[in-house]
Write a protein that binds this ligand. Structure first.
Ligand SMILES: NC(=O)c1ccc[n+]([C@@H]2O[C@H](COP(=O)([O-])OP(=O)(O)OC[C@H]3O[C@@H](n4cnc5c(N)ncnc54)[C@H](OP(=O)(O)O)[C@@H]3O)[C@@H](O)[C@H]2O)c1
Length: 252
Protein backbone atom coordinates (compact mmCIF):
# COMPACT_ATOMS: atom_id res chain seq x y z
CA UNK A 1 0.00 0.00 0.00
CA UNK A 2 1.34 3.41 -0.98
CA UNK A 3 1.78 6.15 1.62
CA UNK A 4 -1.49 7.94 2.41
CA UNK A 5 -0.22 11.19 0.93
CA UNK A 6 -3.58 12.41 -0.38
CA UNK A 7 -5.77 11.82 2.65
CA UNK A 8 -7.20 15.35 2.64
CA UNK A 9 -7.87 15.48 -1.09
CA UNK A 10 -11.15 15.16 -3.00
CA UNK A 11 -10.87 14.19 -6.65
CA UNK A 12 -12.96 13.89 -9.78
CA UNK A 13 -11.62 11.48 -12.40
CA UNK A 14 -13.30 11.29 -15.80
CA UNK A 15 -12.91 8.20 -17.94
CA UNK A 16 -12.83 6.15 -14.75
CA UNK A 17 -14.66 3.18 -16.30
CA UNK A 18 -11.50 1.76 -17.85
CA UNK A 19 -7.88 2.24 -18.79
CA UNK A 20 -5.90 5.22 -17.54
CA UNK A 21 -8.83 6.88 -15.74
CA UNK A 22 -9.64 3.70 -13.83
CA UNK A 23 -5.99 3.21 -12.88
CA UNK A 24 -5.70 6.83 -11.75
CA UNK A 25 -8.83 6.42 -9.61
CA UNK A 26 -7.38 3.29 -8.03
CA UNK A 27 -4.11 5.06 -7.33
CA UNK A 28 -5.70 8.16 -5.81
CA UNK A 29 -7.92 6.08 -3.50
CA UNK A 30 -4.90 3.97 -2.50
CA UNK A 31 -3.08 7.19 -1.65
CA UNK A 32 -5.94 8.31 0.60
CA UNK A 33 -8.09 10.59 -1.57
CA UNK A 34 -11.85 10.51 -1.96
CA UNK A 35 -12.58 10.00 -5.66
CA UNK A 36 -15.68 10.58 -7.77
CA UNK A 37 -15.64 8.20 -10.74
CA UNK A 38 -17.12 9.69 -13.91
CA UNK A 39 -17.83 7.89 -17.23
CA UNK A 40 -20.91 6.67 -19.07
CA UNK A 41 -20.95 2.96 -18.15
CA UNK A 42 -22.75 2.84 -14.81
CA UNK A 43 -22.12 -0.90 -14.28
CA UNK A 44 -18.35 -0.48 -14.58
CA UNK A 45 -18.31 2.50 -12.22
CA UNK A 46 -20.49 0.83 -9.61
CA UNK A 47 -18.35 -2.31 -9.65
CA UNK A 48 -15.18 -0.24 -9.22
CA UNK A 49 -16.71 1.89 -6.45
CA UNK A 50 -17.83 -1.24 -4.60
CA UNK A 51 -14.32 -2.62 -4.84
CA UNK A 52 -12.62 0.62 -3.73
CA UNK A 53 -14.94 1.26 -0.78
CA UNK A 54 -16.47 4.37 0.77
CA UNK A 55 -13.83 6.75 -0.62
CA UNK A 56 -15.06 6.07 -4.17
CA UNK A 57 -18.32 7.31 -5.64
CA UNK A 58 -19.81 6.18 -8.95
CA UNK A 59 -21.20 9.16 -10.89
CA UNK A 60 -22.38 8.11 -14.36
CA UNK A 61 -21.87 11.08 -16.67
CA UNK A 62 -21.39 11.91 -20.33
CA UNK A 63 -18.87 14.72 -20.84
CA UNK A 64 -20.43 15.58 -24.21
CA UNK A 65 -23.70 16.48 -22.48
CA UNK A 66 -23.77 19.72 -20.44
CA UNK A 67 -26.79 18.69 -18.36
CA UNK A 68 -25.10 15.42 -17.47
CA UNK A 69 -21.93 17.22 -16.34
CA UNK A 70 -24.00 19.71 -14.32
CA UNK A 71 -25.82 16.83 -12.68
CA UNK A 72 -22.52 15.09 -11.91
CA UNK A 73 -21.29 18.25 -10.23
CA UNK A 74 -24.38 18.32 -8.02
CA UNK A 75 -23.91 14.67 -7.05
CA UNK A 76 -20.23 15.13 -6.24
CA UNK A 77 -20.94 18.25 -4.16
CA UNK A 78 -23.70 16.53 -2.23
CA UNK A 79 -21.57 13.48 -1.43
CA UNK A 80 -18.07 14.89 -1.05
CA UNK A 81 -18.27 18.71 -0.92
CA UNK A 82 -15.59 20.79 -2.64
CA UNK A 83 -13.23 19.16 -5.13
CA UNK A 84 -9.49 20.00 -5.17
CA UNK A 85 -8.19 17.58 -7.79
CA UNK A 86 -9.57 17.05 -11.29
CA UNK A 87 -8.22 14.49 -13.74
CA UNK A 88 -9.61 14.69 -17.27
CA UNK A 89 -8.96 11.23 -18.72
CA UNK A 90 -12.17 10.64 -20.73
CA UNK A 91 -11.33 10.45 -24.40
CA UNK A 92 -11.91 8.68 -27.70
CA UNK A 93 -9.49 7.91 -30.54
CA UNK A 94 -11.01 7.27 -33.95
CA UNK A 95 -8.35 7.21 -36.68
CA UNK A 96 -9.23 7.28 -40.36
CA UNK A 97 -7.77 8.93 -43.44
CA UNK A 98 -8.93 12.52 -43.60
CA UNK A 99 -10.09 11.82 -47.18
CA UNK A 100 -12.82 9.58 -45.74
CA UNK A 101 -14.55 12.71 -44.48
CA UNK A 102 -15.75 11.09 -41.24
CA UNK A 103 -17.42 14.12 -39.75
CA UNK A 104 -19.21 11.81 -37.30
CA UNK A 105 -15.85 10.75 -35.84
CA UNK A 106 -14.36 14.25 -36.01
CA UNK A 107 -17.32 15.65 -34.10
CA UNK A 108 -17.24 12.89 -31.50
CA UNK A 109 -13.52 13.33 -30.84
CA UNK A 110 -13.77 17.12 -30.59
CA UNK A 111 -16.88 16.95 -28.37
CA UNK A 112 -15.31 14.40 -26.03
CA UNK A 113 -11.60 15.24 -26.03
CA UNK A 114 -11.81 19.03 -26.18
CA UNK A 115 -15.28 20.35 -25.33
CA UNK A 116 -15.72 17.55 -22.78
CA UNK A 117 -12.54 18.62 -21.00
CA UNK A 118 -13.79 22.21 -21.05
CA UNK A 119 -17.20 21.21 -19.64
CA UNK A 120 -15.49 19.46 -16.72
CA UNK A 121 -13.21 22.45 -16.14
CA UNK A 122 -16.27 24.70 -16.23
CA UNK A 123 -18.03 22.53 -13.66
CA UNK A 124 -15.15 21.98 -11.23
CA UNK A 125 -12.68 24.82 -11.96
CA UNK A 126 -14.37 27.17 -9.46
CA UNK A 127 -13.91 24.50 -6.77
CA UNK A 128 -10.19 24.32 -7.56
CA UNK A 129 -9.83 28.09 -7.26
CA UNK A 130 -11.79 28.14 -4.00
CA UNK A 131 -9.78 25.26 -2.56
CA UNK A 132 -6.49 26.99 -3.39
CA UNK A 133 -7.78 30.28 -1.94
CA UNK A 134 -8.52 28.43 1.29
CA UNK A 135 -4.92 27.20 1.41
CA UNK A 136 -5.43 23.69 0.05
CA UNK A 137 -3.42 22.10 -2.74
CA UNK A 138 -5.42 22.15 -5.98
CA UNK A 139 -4.70 20.33 -9.23
CA UNK A 140 -6.06 20.15 -12.74
CA UNK A 141 -4.53 17.30 -14.76
CA UNK A 142 -5.48 16.87 -18.38
CA UNK A 143 -4.54 13.63 -20.11
CA UNK A 144 -3.29 14.67 -23.51
CA UNK A 145 -1.10 12.40 -25.67
CA UNK A 146 2.27 12.17 -27.38
CA UNK A 147 0.02 12.47 -30.43
CA UNK A 148 -0.16 16.19 -29.63
CA UNK A 149 3.42 16.46 -30.95
CA UNK A 150 4.24 13.39 -33.04
CA UNK A 151 2.36 12.80 -36.26
CA UNK A 152 0.88 9.45 -37.23
CA UNK A 153 -0.88 8.82 -40.55
CA UNK A 154 -4.69 8.66 -40.11
CA UNK A 155 -4.54 10.34 -36.69
CA UNK A 156 -4.75 13.97 -37.83
CA UNK A 157 -7.97 14.84 -36.03
CA UNK A 158 -7.17 12.86 -32.87
CA UNK A 159 -3.75 14.55 -32.78
CA UNK A 160 -5.40 17.93 -33.27
CA UNK A 161 -7.70 17.33 -30.29
CA UNK A 162 -4.73 16.37 -28.12
CA UNK A 163 -2.69 19.36 -29.30
CA UNK A 164 -5.65 21.47 -28.21
CA UNK A 165 -5.61 19.84 -24.76
CA UNK A 166 -1.87 20.43 -24.39
CA UNK A 167 -2.18 24.07 -25.44
CA UNK A 168 -5.26 24.57 -23.26
CA UNK A 169 -3.36 23.20 -20.25
CA UNK A 170 -0.38 25.48 -20.86
CA UNK A 171 -2.61 28.51 -21.36
CA UNK A 172 -4.66 27.81 -18.24
CA UNK A 173 -1.52 28.03 -16.12
CA UNK A 174 -1.60 31.76 -16.88
CA UNK A 175 -5.11 32.00 -15.41
CA UNK A 176 -4.93 29.43 -12.62
CA UNK A 177 -1.25 29.58 -11.61
CA UNK A 178 -1.47 33.07 -10.07
CA UNK A 179 -4.30 31.70 -7.94
CA UNK A 180 -2.20 28.69 -6.82
CA UNK A 181 -4.06 26.08 -8.86
CA UNK A 182 -1.56 23.76 -10.53
CA UNK A 183 -2.21 22.66 -14.11
CA UNK A 184 -0.50 19.66 -15.67
CA UNK A 185 -0.66 18.15 -19.12
CA UNK A 186 0.17 14.43 -19.03
CA UNK A 187 1.17 13.02 -22.39
CA UNK A 188 1.38 9.23 -22.48
CA UNK A 189 2.65 7.22 -25.37
CA UNK A 190 1.18 3.85 -26.30
CA UNK A 191 -0.75 2.44 -23.34
CA UNK A 192 -2.56 -0.87 -23.15
CA UNK A 193 -6.26 0.10 -22.74
CA UNK A 194 -9.61 -0.15 -24.52
CA UNK A 195 -8.91 3.01 -26.52
CA UNK A 196 -8.33 1.19 -29.82
CA UNK A 197 -11.44 -0.95 -29.49
CA UNK A 198 -13.69 1.71 -31.05
CA UNK A 199 -11.73 1.88 -34.32
CA UNK A 200 -14.10 0.79 -37.09
CA UNK A 201 -11.50 0.45 -39.85
CA UNK A 202 -9.97 -3.07 -39.50
CA UNK A 203 -6.81 -1.99 -41.31
CA UNK A 204 -6.16 0.58 -38.58
CA UNK A 205 -7.31 -1.24 -35.44
CA UNK A 206 -5.84 -3.82 -33.07
CA UNK A 207 -5.43 -6.29 -35.95
CA UNK A 208 -3.91 -3.65 -38.22
CA UNK A 209 -1.88 -0.44 -37.84
CA UNK A 210 -2.46 -0.08 -34.09
CA UNK A 211 -1.67 -3.72 -33.39
CA UNK A 212 1.56 -3.40 -35.36
CA UNK A 213 2.57 -0.46 -33.16
CA UNK A 214 1.98 -2.53 -30.02
CA UNK A 215 4.04 -5.37 -31.53
CA UNK A 216 6.88 -3.03 -32.45
CA UNK A 217 7.20 -0.91 -29.31
CA UNK A 218 5.22 -2.55 -26.53
CA UNK A 219 3.11 -0.39 -24.26
CA UNK A 220 2.81 1.25 -20.89
CA UNK A 221 0.27 -0.17 -18.48
CA UNK A 222 -2.47 2.17 -17.22
CA UNK A 223 -0.89 1.76 -13.77
CA UNK A 224 2.39 3.19 -15.12
CA UNK A 225 0.56 6.38 -16.10
CA UNK A 226 -1.36 6.45 -12.82
CA UNK A 227 1.92 6.16 -10.92
CA UNK A 228 3.10 9.34 -12.65
CA UNK A 229 -0.15 11.11 -11.82
CA UNK A 230 0.25 10.06 -8.18
CA UNK A 231 3.73 11.59 -8.20
CA UNK A 232 2.61 14.84 -9.82
CA UNK A 233 -0.22 15.53 -7.38
CA UNK A 234 1.81 14.68 -4.29
CA UNK A 235 4.50 17.36 -4.86
CA UNK A 236 4.68 20.31 -2.46
CA UNK A 237 1.99 22.92 -3.20
CA UNK A 238 4.40 25.37 -4.88
CA UNK A 239 5.76 22.77 -7.34
CA UNK A 240 3.87 22.39 -10.62
CA UNK A 241 4.97 19.76 -13.14
CA UNK A 242 3.61 21.57 -16.15
CA UNK A 243 4.03 19.05 -18.92
CA UNK A 244 4.91 15.41 -18.46
CA UNK A 245 5.63 13.00 -21.29
CA UNK A 246 5.81 9.28 -20.53
CA UNK A 247 6.58 6.71 -23.21
CA UNK A 248 7.32 3.02 -23.47
CA UNK A 249 11.11 2.80 -23.67
CA UNK A 250 10.99 1.60 -27.27
CA UNK A 251 8.70 4.39 -28.50
CA UNK A 252 10.65 7.20 -30.19
N1 LIG B 1 -4.10 4.30 -24.62
C1 LIG B 1 -3.17 5.10 -25.14
O1 LIG B 1 -2.24 4.65 -25.84
C2 LIG B 1 -3.21 6.58 -24.84
C3 LIG B 1 -2.07 7.32 -25.15
C4 LIG B 1 -2.10 8.68 -24.91
C5 LIG B 1 -3.23 9.28 -24.38
N2 LIG B 1 -4.32 8.52 -24.09
C6 LIG B 1 -5.49 9.22 -23.56
O2 LIG B 1 -5.81 8.65 -22.31
C7 LIG B 1 -7.17 8.91 -22.01
C8 LIG B 1 -7.80 7.64 -21.47
O3 LIG B 1 -7.87 6.69 -22.52
P1 LIG B 1 -7.52 5.16 -22.30
O4 LIG B 1 -6.35 4.87 -23.13
O5 LIG B 1 -7.50 4.83 -20.86
O6 LIG B 1 -8.76 4.46 -23.05
P2 LIG B 1 -10.11 3.82 -22.53
O7 LIG B 1 -9.84 2.61 -21.70
O8 LIG B 1 -10.98 3.67 -23.73
O9 LIG B 1 -10.70 4.94 -21.58
C9 LIG B 1 -11.47 6.02 -22.03
C10 LIG B 1 -12.47 6.35 -20.96
O10 LIG B 1 -13.23 7.51 -21.35
C11 LIG B 1 -14.59 7.27 -21.04
N3 LIG B 1 -15.40 8.07 -21.96
C12 LIG B 1 -15.41 8.02 -23.31
N4 LIG B 1 -16.32 8.88 -23.80
C13 LIG B 1 -16.89 9.50 -22.72
C14 LIG B 1 -17.91 10.45 -22.56
N5 LIG B 1 -18.56 10.98 -23.61
N6 LIG B 1 -18.23 10.85 -21.31
C15 LIG B 1 -17.62 10.33 -20.23
N7 LIG B 1 -16.63 9.40 -20.33
C16 LIG B 1 -16.29 9.00 -21.55
C17 LIG B 1 -14.78 5.76 -21.21
O11 LIG B 1 -15.84 5.25 -20.41
P3 LIG B 1 -17.36 5.12 -20.95
O12 LIG B 1 -17.27 4.45 -22.29
O13 LIG B 1 -18.02 4.27 -19.90
O14 LIG B 1 -17.91 6.49 -20.98
C18 LIG B 1 -13.47 5.23 -20.68
O15 LIG B 1 -13.54 5.02 -19.30
C19 LIG B 1 -7.80 9.43 -23.30
O16 LIG B 1 -7.96 10.82 -23.23
C20 LIG B 1 -6.77 9.07 -24.35
O17 LIG B 1 -6.82 9.96 -25.44
C21 LIG B 1 -4.33 7.19 -24.30
Amino acid sequence: MAQQTLHSRTAVVTGAASGIGEAVARRLVADGARVALLARRRDRLERLAAELGPNALAVPADVTDQASVDDARRQVRAAFGRVDLVVNAAGVMLPNPVDDGRIDEWTRMIDTNVTGVLRVIGAFGPDLVAAAAAGATADLLNVSSIGAHVVFPNYAVYGATKAAVTQLSAALRAEYGPRDVRVTSVEPGLTDTELGSHIDNPALGPDGQLGAMFDAIGALSPADVADLVGYVVSRPRHVNLRHVVVLPTRQA
